[in-house]
Design a protein around this ligand. Structure first.
Ligand code: UD1
Ligand code: CA
Length: 449
């Protein structure tokens, strides 16, 4: 059985942030979820996560994993120890602060067959990392930055923080690791010296791509990783046939799927499990999270979250689509229009200054400027149903729950509190009164005073 144990118990002191380190995001996705997903993709049958500091904040981000709590943060070996019941078979140990580790690298470690295989990297600036000490070419031990002499600090080969253990060797080492070092911590890295001395088979694999194993310890390092991840994703998308006009201002998350033939304009963020089909144009100035956008649609200067949009639609500029929104084909949602938890069928037009919440709107219906579904009565949310081919005049308030039938016509400025039957005209406003010469009379009165 292939297991992966991810250590995320540390405070992340050097981040200087009240937020747990592993919840900081790279392209909309927390560090810990990058690592969990890489382990999954590498074929881990089971994944364990060790949490400690701010554990409750991290729980909501942990799905389909076993959680272990490290009570006190006594070092990386102590963290592994807090997951003792998890430790059998082949165990990949990795840290929750190295988001860019590729699944292909993890797979190589799963496939290695030594008692301990360590992933190393050669870094031009190895500051902060554990250095790899070799004797006759073979790894002998790892020395942490804090404990290193100047001579050791000059070594460029470092411990990436990814290890594949056979569980017997891991348990053997854990029993023997002491905390007699500068930091007074139980270092997992001491297992290398312990196991080589006791004739276990210890090997290394050097990553060909050192940039993928860098960890996040500071806010500056986080920003470097974000840039790196952004370039990797954008370049791969461009190579596949997506047009990204300005990759420097385009942020696309690792789980977004964008088809060749999509055009992404500057200052655009595409995050979460978003899917965008061919021929669509996204941006400029657009944020999309967890949406599906059909082919040949355009989304301009808008904020879309949890919405499904069909083909040939036009969204924006300045539209807001909120979760639960389903928009079918050839729909126009225009400036200052907010849609929440609503279903707009084909050819609906809502082009200006409108709020549609908890509504169903039939095909070919036109929603006039300033239409509001009054869906909230102060206690609960209520539904608005509008049929096909209906016309809702400008500045109409539809007080839900309410139904407007097919082909119905609602006069501008109406407040609709009762259902409107199909084919009817509804006027929910007071009649206009014109008072002839009222202005002239008023002037005369004031002149006489
Ligand atoms: C560690 C390695 C170092 C390696 C570097 C790679 C050790 C002793 N050192 O150093 O050799 O070059 O990573 O990035 O392992 N954690 C816990 N509980 C603890 C302490 C840490 O769960 O008590 C977790 C942290 O949340 C973090 C990971 O372990 O995700 C690594 O801890 P960190 O403090 O970042 O280790 P480094 O000093 O970077
Ligand atoms: Ca680290």
């Amino acid at each position: 059985m292939n297991k992966a144990l991810i250590l995320a118990g540390g405070l992340g002191k050097r981040m200087n942030s009240p937020k747990p380190k592993v919840l900081h995001e790279v392209l909309g996705k927390p560090l810990i979820n990058w690592v969990i997903d890489a382990a999954k993709l590498a074929g881990a049958d089971e994944i364990g996560v060790v949490v400690g500091h701010s554990a409750e904040d991290i729980y909501p981000f942990l799905k389909d994993v076993k959680i272990f709590v490290q009570k006190e943060q006594l070092g990386t070996a102590d963290a592994v120890k807090s997951a003792l019941p998890f430790l059998d078979g082949r165990i990949l140990v990795l840290y929750g602060d190295m988001p860019l580790i590729p699944a292909s690298t993890l797979r190589k470690l799963f496939d290695s067959d030594a008692d301990l295989t360590i992933l190393t990297a050669s870094l031009p600036n190895p500051f902060g990392y554990g250095r790899v000490l070799r004797k006759g070419g073979k790894i002998e031990k790892i020395v942490e930055e804090a404990d290193a002499t100047d001579e050791i600090k000059a070594i460029k080969e470092v411990n990436s923080g990814v290890y594949a253990f056979n569980s017997k060797a891991l348990l053997y080492a854990l029993e023997r690791i002491k905390n007699d070092n500068k930091k007074g911590e139980y270092y997992l890295t001491d297992s290398i010296e312990i196991l080589t001395k006791s004739d276990f088979k210890v090997e290394t694999i050097e990553t060909p791509d050192p940039g993928t194993v860098v960890g996040v310890n500071t806010q500056r390092e986080l920003s470097v990783l974000i840039r790196r991840a952004r370039e990797t994703i954008n370049f791969a998308l461009m190579d596949s046939g997506v047009t990204i006009e300005d990759p420097d201002t385009t942020f696309i998350g690792p789980d977004a799927k964008i088809e060749p033939g999509v055009i992404v304009k500057p200052f655009t963020f595409i995050y979460g499990k978003t899917e965008i089909l061919s021929g669509s144009t996204i941006g400029p100035y657009t944020t999309i999270l967890d949406c599906k956008i059909g082919s040949k649609s355009a989304v301009i200067s808008s904020d879309c979250n949890g919405a499904v949009v069909g083909e040939n639609c036009s969204i924006g500029p300045f539209s807001r689509l909120r979760p639960g929104t389903i928009i079918e084909n050839n729909v126009k949602v225009g400036n200052y229009v907010e849609v929440k938890n609503s279903h707009l069928f084909s050819n609906v037009k809502a082009q200006h200054l409108t709020y549609l919440g908890d509504a169903t709107i039939g095909e070919n219906t036109n929603i006039g400027a300033g239409t509001i579904t009054c869906n909230y009565d102060g206690v609960k949310k209520n539904q608005t149903f509008i049929g096909k081919n209906a016309f809702i005049g400008s500045n109409t308030a539809l007080v839900a729950p309410v139904k407007i039938g097919d082909n119905a016509f609602v006069g501008a400025g109406s407040t609709i509190t009762e259902d409107v039957p199909p084919n009817a005209l509804a006027l929910g406003r007071s009649r206009q009164v014109n008072k002839e010469d009222w202005v002239l009379k008023k002037r005369r009165e004031s002149d006489e005073k």
